[in-house]
Design a protein around this ligand. Structure first.
Ligand code: FES
Length: 263
């Protein structure tokens, strides 16, 4: 039975009994290694509260989502209220309220991808897996389990339609290539992304987002460029185009125009 964050009540955030229970869960869930990692994260910042985002990723690397115990853990480590932590955790879509599968599959259904087939890819993938948005096929955390979501623009419109697995890109997809990909993931395979780092799994990536890399060199070895992305640069080179030079910050040209005088 997996723990699920209940957004509909704040009772656990307010009652002393509820907070004591969270502390107990915190101790049970987050071991000494995780506590040491939390201290390393906090030490990076002059103000401990600034460490909240990587701390939430650390929590997800342990649990696969941000649970009530995870919220309490962050609050205790950072000297924040649990309501402050949950406000942030529920604002950003990268923090999940339910345990994710081994892989998080994000299908872009924003304008350009949708027009080029992203909607159909999402429809076919969810039908294949029998799940909806942010639902998991398989037991979360087990090999081959997949959480699916539709995503807003993934900043790769020139390679549309795209999807990501654990935030790694698979470019220029078709419904058939996307189905091949999720079937391979379900078999426990890790097909190479179109570019960037090799595919790992959701919890490993969450640990990297918290700032801990097992092999930083391997993670950054893959190229990130593509012919489509660089086409404008190549065209400018062929045509001899260049951007105008930035004006000298001390020159009159760079000075802001004077404000209009008030009547
Ligand atoms: S619309 Fe899909 S990457 Fe921009």
């Amino acid at each position: 039975m997996t723990e699920q964050f209940d957004f509909t009540t704040t009772e656990h955030l307010l009652s002393p009994g509820g907070q004591a229970a969270e502390r107990a869960a915190d101790t049970a869930v987050f071991d000494e290694d995780t506590r040491a990692d939390a201290r390393r994260i906090v030490d990076r910042y002059p103000e401990s509260r600034s460490a909240l985002l990587p701390m939430l990723h650390l929590v997800q690397s342990v649990q696969g989502h941000v649970s009530e115990a995870g919220v309490a853990f962050c609050a205790e480590r950072l000297g924040l209220g649990t309501a402050e932590v949950s406000a942030v955790a529920t604002f950003y879509t990268m923090y999940k309220d339910r345990p994710c599968g081994q892989h998080l599959v994000s299908v872009c259904t924003n304008t350009l991808c949708a027009a080029l087939g992203g909607d159909e890819i999402y429809r076919r993938v969810t039908a294949e897996l029998g799940v909806g948005h942010e639902e998991t096929a398989g037991e979360p955390g087990e090999t081959g389990s997949l959480t699916v979501e539709h995503a807003e623009c993934l900043a790769a419109c020139d390679l549309a339609p795209v999807l990501q697995v654990n935030y790694e890109y698979y470019d220029k997809q078709t419904p058939e290539s996307a189905l091949d990909l999720v079937r391979a993931l379900q078999r426990g395979e890790k097909p190479a992304p179109s570019r960037g780092a090799p595919l790992s799994d959701f919890r490993t990536v969450e640990r990297e987002l918290a700032g801990f890399y097992a092999d930083l060199e391997a993670e950054t070895a893959g190229g990130t460029g593509s012919a489509e992305t660089l086409r404008g640069t190549e065209l400018a080179r062929q045509q001899g185009w260049s951007a105008p030079a930035k004006p000298d910050p001390d020159s009159a040209e760079a000075a802001l125009p004077p404000l209009p005088e008030k009547n």
